[in-house]
Design a protein around this ligand. Structure first.
Ligand code: TAP
Length: 454
């Protein structure tokens, strides 16, 4: 493996920068330094840790435009999305800056003394990030982990390291100790695996494919270290015949084609009640035609290119032999462009079962509520999903019956930093974000103080 990796602008297909691959010795040295820095950080007064994270948040806020432009260049995200993502990182930091002073333990009644619990940080936490949302997914790990008194070593995806590298620099500019939040670039098989196998990395957070996630979990099991997994999805957008069909159809393209479908929460299966199936498709077609695919630098753009040529080939493979009902448009040229596609699928078709991770949606009919629930759950995954109905009782019944970690009714919103996020079944283990995330980066210690030592 060469010592550097060439970054390619997905909108032009042209290489623009070389990034170093860390060696095993460098990874080990970074972890060793993190061990030392973490001891001091855990001893910092909670209010001072909170202040440090608020300063980090402010510095990120001051660099939103720079971070957003890096994401446009490196990942092809539309500029408006990239600005949202960079602001989101600052908000996540601000939110978890409130955690150090709120990590309260318990006082438990025990005779003969005082029994209390402490939330102790793990030590060094390893965070492995995919290429689809390089900034936001990184922050979901590093902000609560730091707040809880841990050090963080973070590995961005090799394809998209630029915003993570910059966030590492901004942490130091904001006054966080050097080495407390260390970004290590390099391959998953070397850097990522070392986080898994190194005895001094005491917890791992992995986001990416289910296949690699299973390997990571197996490696963590060998080291008896906890792991949080955010994996793939095949989320259902369930449209009942009592839904506001106009709203449901207008919202459907954004729910699956946002970030060119490279989103673990993409509603990549639209399940439509048979009685309104034709009408829904009639409404969906103009909404897909209006979806603006183009230059990610333009504020009017809703969807940019795919991340790489090879990923585009993989996505295109799903369309071979598929019954494409209609497509949107995309620019011609050297970038990794692909027009969105709407496919009419059968329940056993590969496109209705496997995660495509591209701008492709499978539409399937269902008969009644029970059949809709059965179809929604007919997948190994269980990350997100949406339910469109005007019937409150149905909304409650179906949202309790669909086995997914994050559901929305008459909406596609999945991600808020103050509500929990994560998947069931093959979509993952554990939860990120929400009020409890900092606690997930601690382990409980129980201490009994005898009042009458014997
Ligand atoms: P993965 O191969 O799973 O990569 C995700 C992260 O894990 C990257 O940082 C990767 O590093 C690292 N990694 C790879 N092999 C590893 C190993 N053996 N040990 C530790 N870390 C390792 O995903 P991908 O190649 O980016 O995408 C493949 C498919 O995964 C996609 O098509 C999609 O279906 C799914 N995916 C899902 C998500 C989410 S959010 N659930 C995100 C991305 C991809 P390098 O890339 O630097 O090698």
């Amino acid at each position: 493996m060469s010592e550097t990796f060439t970054l390619v602008n997905p909108a032009t297909g042209r290489g623009f920068r070389e990034v170093r691959r860390a060696s095993l010795d460098e990874v080990d040295a970074t972890i060793a330094r993190a061990v030392v820095v973490q001891r001091a950080w855990a001893g910092v007064a909670p209010v001072a840790r909170a202040d440090a994270l608020r300063r980090f948040a402010r510095v990120v806020e001051e660099h939103v435009e720079e971070l957003a432009q890096l994401e446009v260049l490196n990942s092809g995200h539309p500029i408006e999305s990239a600005r949202w993502e960079a602001s989101h990182v600052a908000q996540v930091l601000n939110f978890y800056a409130g955690a150090p002073e709120r990590l309260s333990g318990q006082q438990i009644p025990v005779s003969g003394g005082l029994d209390v619990t402490f939330h102790e940080p793990y030590g060094v936490v390893g965070i492995i990030v995919p290429w689809n949302f390089p900034m936001t997914i990184a922050s979901w790990g590093f902000a609560p982990a730091l707040a809880a008194g841990n050090a963080v070593v973070l590995k961005p995806a090799e394809l998209t390291p630029l915003t993570a590298i910059r966030l590492g620099e901004l942490a130091v500019e904001a006054g966080l100790p050097e080495g407390l939040f260390a970004v290590v670039t390099g391959s998953g098989s070397l850097v990522g695996q070392r986080f898994v196998s190194h005895p001094n990395v005491r917890k791992v957070v992995f986001t990416g494919s289910t296949e690699v996630g299973i390997d990571v979990a197996a490696g963590c099991a060998r080291g008896l270290k906890p792991v949080t997994l955010e994996l793939g999805g095949k989320s259902a957008n369930i449209v009942f015949d009592d839904a506001n069909l106009e709203l449901a159809a207008a919202a459907a393209p954004g729910a699956v084609f946002d970030n060119a479908g490279q989103d673990c929460c993409a509603r990549s299966r639209i399940l439509v009640q048979r009685s309104v199936y034709d009408r829904f498709l009639e409404l969906l077609e103009p909404a897909v035609a209006a979806w603006r695919v183009g230059d990610p630098a333009l504020e009017s753009t809703q969807m940019g290119p795919l991340i790489s040529a090879s990923h585009r080939d993989t996505v295109a493979g799903f369309l071979e032999g598929a019954h494409i009902a209609f497509r949107g448009s995309a620019p011609e040229g050297d970038g990794f462009w692909m027009p969105p596609a709407v496919v009419l699928a059968g329940r056993d078709d590969r496109i209705a079962r496997d995660e495509v991770f591209g701008p492709v949606v499978a539409v399937l009919p269902f008969d009644d509520e029970a059949d809709g629930i059965r179809l929604a759950n007919d997948t190994i995954y269980g990350l997100a999903g949406s339910i469109w109905t005007e019937n409150l009782g149905r909304a409650v019944r179906v949202s309790r019956a669909v086995k997914s970690g994050v559901l929305s009714v008459n909406s596609h919103a999945s991600v808020r930093y103050w509500t929990p996020f994560g998947g069931m079944k093959a979509s993952g283990l554990g939860r990120e974000l929400g009020p409890d995330a900092a606690e997930h980066f601690t382990e409980t210690k129980n201490v009994f103080f005898a009042t009458d030592p014997s």
